[in-house]
Design a protein around this ligand. Structure first.
Ligand code: ATP
Ligand code: MG
Length: 394
């Protein structure tokens, strides 16, 4: 049997003059996402999209489509001929399926008769289909105001029958708001920041900093695994891996130890900015959050921000940790993030961290190392990994 996913989108439809551009990109993203599914095809109906597929791929298609940015909700519909008897029997079957799934006991029927050529009017269809279902299921009641099941019949060139609405992530189509360079650590926050910014349509590319051999290969593996999870939403992701050990050593030798964290952070920002320019990204993205750690005070953020000219997006700035964790679990990155592999920042971690740094003083310290040359070397030795739909490409 063939089923159909009915895809609803919200904000994209509000984009005024540019609406068609956003819609086209959205449809293209859906097409790319289901391309590998045998026989699946996407129908673009201005304001709605449909994914037609074979029911044997049910769960896979649902999983894919509910992770496409821009999707507000979907319904799984069954397509039948415009035959009134079929509407009754298939409507009944669908209500029974829902009762089994959810234990619901109340329902109503809704009809959308877009095809005015169909001879029976909507209220009559609702009444007759509803009556037929009622007389065939024990313990079921009609509730027109607050039903647990709403059986919808959409009559077009064919009739679509559906009950459930499954929520999608919402947001804007991926790739409609330029590209950004994400600073991806192995922690909980940065993958969540990536998700939130990607959801606004910004295409992502990532940079990870490590201090190999002080940090292990497992730390890199962890970041690649996080990247794989992100590609559930972004499809592809490029991760640049940059060794900053020489920079950290130079800071360690030449600068006050309590400034280590902030100085490394500034170097990370500078390297990320250079890569961003190279890769045609228009912003940097971090998982920074006000007050979460010693380096993320107002003054600390000023000092890191001041290292670059490019706009820095910090979507988590005002999130509580519990809310960040909730999203991390939802996007399935949490379990990976909490694996205990060393992040580069912990290698030369000082006993004390300045919490109210002054920009001038930090820049003076920074000038004690040969920054430009160290940065150029680090970038030259970067390694780039490409992940596509959960697989690392060689
Ligand atoms: P996270 O959970 O994302 O690691 P955090 O709470 O540990 O964040 P910090 O370690 O202070 O916070 O890092 C703040 C932000 O700086 C991170 O969210 C990330 O964007 C960036 N960052 C930190 N370390 C790295 C790294 N090794 N590579 C790339 N980016 C990093
Ligand atoms: Mg971290």
């Amino acid at each position: 049997m063939r089923a159909l996913i009915l895809v609803r989108y919200g904000e994209i439809g509000l984009k005024g003059m540019n609406r068609r551009y956003f819609e086209k990109k959205f449809i293209k993203n859906i097409i790319m996402a289901v391309k590998h599914i045998e026989d699946a095809y996407v129908i673009d109906r201005h304001g709605r999209a449909y994914v037609d597929y074979n029911t044997k791929d049910h769960d896979e298609v649902i999983d894919i489509v509910t992770k496409i940015f821009g999707v507000v909700s979907i319904s799984i519909a069954y397509k039948i001929d415009n035959d009134f008897e079929l509407m009754k029997t298939e409507g009944l079957a669908e209500v029974k399926r829902q009762m089994l799934l959810t234990g619901a006991t109340t329902f109503k029927v809704e009809t959308k008769r877009a095809n005015k050529g169909f001879p029976i009017k909507s209220p009559d269809i609702c009444q007759k289909v509803g009556g037929y279902i009622l007389s065939n299921v024990e313990g079921l009641k009609v509730d027109v105001n607050n039903p647990q099941i709403t059986l919808t019949l959409e009559i077009r060139e064919k009739t679509y029958i559906y009950c459930e609405r499954i929520p999608g992530p919402g947001g804007m189509p991926y790739g409609t708001a330029g590209k950004g360079m994400l600073l991806l650590s192995g922690g909980i926050d940065s993958p969540v920041a990536a998700y939130l910014i990607g959801k606004r349509g910004v295409e992502l590319e990532a940079v990870h900093f490590h201090s190999y051999p002080f940090t292990s290969d497992r730390a890199l593996e962890k970041v690649i695994d996080l990247g794989k999870k992100l590609t559930q939403y972004t499809r592809n992701l490029k991760i640049h891996s940059v060794n900053i050990l020489e920079i950290q050593k130079a800071i360690n030798e030449n600068c006050p130890s309590e400034e280590m964290t902030l100085l490394s952070r500034r170097f990370m920002m500078k390297i990320a900015e250079q890569l961003a320019v190279e890769q045609k990204c228009g912003c940097l993205i971090t998982g920074e959050n006000i007050g979460q750690v010693a380096s993320q005070t107002m003054e600390g953020l000023t000092v890191t921000n001041n290292a670059v000219n490019m706009v820095v997006l910090r979507p988590l700035i005002a999130y509580d940790k519990v809310d960040i964790i909730k999203i991390a679990k939802q996007i399935d990155t949490f379990e990976i993030s909490i694996l205990p592999f060393e992040d580069c920042c912990t290698v030369f971690l000082p006993d004390r961290v300045v919490t109210r740094p002054k920009v001038d003083k930090i820049i003076n310290s920074e000038n004690l190392v040969n920054g430009e040359e160290l940065i150029a070397q680090a970038i030259e030795q970067k390694k780039t990994y490409i992940i596509s739909k959960g697989e690392l490409l060689e």
